[in-house]
Design a protein. Structure first.
Length: 110
């Protein structure tokens, strides 16, 4: 059974996009999303990405709170890097540095 997913898509040498980030509803609030994000961060560090971006939809308020908790900042669509392929449904966009994400994840691990 798949309980969650997360993907990392290279945009260029410094930028990557978080794709298909999802946790099955019955597993939310149990640390699964944090563990997935930590796994993604390790991969991002391996590839030396500095900035991570993602798009989501406006109605997913809990997801947006989660991203903010881990240092993601809401940005305008016009601030996305060239090469970011926007999903038609996405209306809200976030950006974080891998350094900030690492700091916020470490705080949550304590």
């Amino acid at each position: 059974m798949i309980i969650g997913s997360i993907g990392l898509k290279k945009i260029d040498a410094r930028h990557a996009e978080i794709k298909k980030f999802f946790v099955k509803e019955s597993y939310r609030g149990k640390g699964v999303a944090r563990k997935l994000l930590y796994s993604l961060l390790k991969s991002a560090a391996k590839h030396r990405f500095i900035y991570l971006y993602l798009g989501t939809v406006d109605v997913l308020h809990a997801a947006q709170r989660f991203y903010s908790k881990y240092g993601f900042l809401r940005i305008k669509q016009s601030d996305l890097p060239n090469g970011f392929i926007k999903c038609e449904l996405d209306t809200v966009f976030f950006k974080v540095t891998t350094k900030e994400l690492q700091t916020k994840l470490a705080e949550q691990m304590d």
